[in-house]
Design a protein around this ligand. Structure first.
Ligand code: 0L1
Ligand code: MG
Length: 255
């Protein structure tokens, strides 16, 4: 990888470590999605060198609401590491992030390896459990503004996540009601059908897209299917809760 791309990965990594936004890549020097994935992989190597472990992936921009919120219209993915996982029912320290937003997600926990071109049926068979989840996205770019390759380089904005209790893998997830509440009041309401028409399609896309980058989904991995609603900016004092019909709830407070 060129020195320029290494330095983008290092700049994004510093933005994470210092919770300080970095300027957008200058107009005309935005990177292609494929290059963005190489930069993302390098950023993850920097995290692994600090002892972090990859424990799954997140799919991004899998719903129209999300694509419209950020003006990018392609599905993306990023890696989840162990230090990004937070205790369900616990806290999220606002100061650890730049401009965090929360979004409700369906999570898959895999029971077997899944990679490459797979059918919906094969993807379903690989699922050991489902869970309600909240992803915290925190673009490392100023003003949450980016083009496709830039956001891919930035690990698809992924910053942290909360996972709720496990639900049975054969739960019908085609059209589940999803509510994201702040301080007990519903803020965003959606349906799992907004996630590529069916959240399992996000898992199929995860197997295919990660394989292209030489990344294999392994048993035990967590896959976030992507949000069904727009993301909500977080402030200190908020109690955040996601409820997904038949899957349950997951919540935390922002301190
Ligand atoms: O998880 C997501 O859908 C986010 C992907 C990146 C775009 C954003 O920062 O909202
Ligand atoms: Mg997300």
């Amino acid at each position: 990888m060129s020195n320029d791309l290494v330095s983008i990965a290092e700049r994004l990594d510093q933005a994470i470590l210092t919770a300080t936004a970095t300027p957008q890549l200058p107009k005309g020097s935005e990177i292609e999605a494929a290059t963005g994935y190489a930069v993302q992989a390098h950023g993850i190597e920097l995290r692994k060198a600090r002892g972090e472990r990859v424990i799954g992936v997140k799919m991004g921009l899998t719903s129209r609401a999300k694509m419209e919120q950020v003006g990018v219209d392609e599905v993306t993915w990023g890696r989840l590491t162990d230090t990004m996982r937070r205790e369900e029912g616990g806290t999220l320290a606002r100061a650890d992030f730049i401009h965090p937003r929360a979004e409700p997600e369906v999570a898959f926990i895999l029971g077997r390896r899944l990679t490459g071109e797979v059918s919906l049926a094969e993807a379903a068979l690989a699922v050991e459990a489902l869970a309600p989840a909240v992803e915290i996205i925190d673009s490392r770019y100023e003003n949450f503004r980016f083009a496709l390759g830039d956001v891919v380089a930035d690990n698809s904005s992924s910053a942290a996540f909360f996972l709720g209790p496990r639900a049975k893998p054969d739960t019908d997830i085609a059209n589940l009601g999803i509510v994201l509440s702040i301080n007990g009041a519903p803020r965003e309401i959606g349906s799992s059908a907004a996630i590529l028409g069916h959240p399992l399609r996000a898992l199929v896309a995860a197997a295919r897209m990660t394989a292209r980058a030489g990344h294999v989904l392994e048993p035990g991995d967590i896959v976030l299917a992507g949000a069904a609603t727009a993301a909500v900016p977080l402030q200190v004092g908020m109690q955040v809760e996601a409820r997904i019909q038949h899957l349950g709830r997951v919540g935390f407070s922002v301190v």
